[in-house]
Design a protein around this ligand. Structure first.
Ligand code: TXA
Ligand code: MG
Length: 323
């Protein structure tokens, strides 16, 4: 348990909220859609804290919030369509999923390991002021426990997350009460990934065509319930490895190395002292590094199913699934 501060919507409250975010803490803040649970998007350890506080059983890519289109442009690549949408609807309840820019500083964990990134410039004046003061992209899903409804005031947030986050910035009620509309601009026609605060008709009127409906990864719709937005390594992934075969890449967890680990091509440890938040923070970047080693197989030590272990195992099982 930690003490959750309730911050007022004045200069002092904003300064405190920004300070907490800049040192890696969790702050819930109002946006015009719903309250978001914010963390410094560039700090994977802080982002891991979001999933822990929400009790999320899987790592979805998160939306990163910025104070301006100029700031968003340093994180993502905007094609002509994305630029027009940003200029028309930002600040506002629209999220654009675009390819990551070479200068992107948003962590792998916030992007769930993908090469695309979800960006939004919110219109709420407090959110805007907080982002400006923080000076970094802020990752924020809705500020509720997993499986509960999205909060539209500070009391809802505290009802779910009191004692699990550092602070909530109280800005009264959110006006829209519905999450942002998500549109992917990943080359080709824009796709609607999630209906929300900006009506589809308004977007279609602007772009002069019907919006295709896409799966959340922005590709062709898959079987119901299956997201395309999962980072998949090229190598085969072998879970719960008790021993290592020569030449395998190895992803360890905890102090104990499996039998044969000396013969590994490369070994990385998610957390030597078995800390699941630290492990979550490393997961996607370590998978990428192991994959880049050229090994045919990535062997993964057993990881407990408690706390963030559930989300880590969920991602690893998807990575291990036959493709
Ligand atoms: O209104 C909102 O959008 C609220 C407020 C707080 O801003 N935020 C919100 O964030 O709903 P979040 O993190 O719960 O939304 C995550 C969704 C994912 O489920 C996915 O659909 C989409 O955003 N998303 C984010 N990045 C993506 C990516 N790179 N590729 C595909 N989908 C992405
Ligand atoms: Mg939500």
């Amino acid at each position: 348990m930690r003490q959750t501060e309730r911050l007022t919507s004045d200069e002092a409250g904003l300064a405190r909220a920004a300070e907490i975010l800049r040192r890696g803490g969790l702050v819930a803040f109002p946006t015009e859609t719903v309250y978001g649970l914010g963390a410094d998007a560039t700090d994977s350890q802080a982002v891991a804290g979001i999933y822990a506080a929400k009790d999320r059983p899987s790592f979805n890519p998160l939306i990163s919030h910025l104070d301006s289109f100029e700031a968003a442009r340093t994180q993502g690549v905007f094609d002509e369509m994305a630029r027009r949408l940003a200029e028309a609807f930002w600040p506002g309840p629209l999220t654009l999923v675009v390819p990551v820019a070479p200068t992107c500083t948003i962590s792998d964990l916030a992007r769930a390991g993908l090469d695309s990134v979800g960006l939004r410039v919110p219109a709420h004046p407090l959110a805007h002021a907080l982002l400006q003061k923080t000076g970094r992209p802020v990752a924020a899903p809705s500020a509720n426990r997993s499986g509960r409804v999205s909060p539209t005031d500070a009391d809802h947030v505290l009802g779910d997350l009191d004692g699990r986050i550092d602070a909530v910035l109280d800005g009264g009620s959110s006006q829209v009460g519905l999450e942002s509309t998500i549109v992917a601009c990943l080359g080709g026609a824009p796709r609607l990934l999630r209906p929300g605060g900006v009506p589809r008709e308004a977007i279609e009127a602007l772009i002069g065509m019907r919006l295709e409906v896409g799966s959340e990864g922005g590709g062709a719709p898959l079987a119901p319930g299956m997201l395309a937005s999962h980072y998949a390594p090229r190598a085969r992934v072998r879970l719960n490895a008790a021993s290592v075969e020569a030449g395998e890449a190895v992803l360890l967890f905890g102090p104990k190395a499996p039998e044969g680990a000396d013969a590994a091509r490369i070994t990385l440890n998610l957390s030597k002292n078995g800390d699941l938040v630290e492990a979550a923070a490393h997961l996607f970047s370590y998978l990428r590094q192991l994959d880049a080693s050229g090994a045919a197989t990535i062997a993964v030590s057993p990881i407990p199913e408690t706390g963030l272990g559930e989300a880590i195992n969920d991602r690893l099982r998807r990575a291990a699934a036959e493709r």
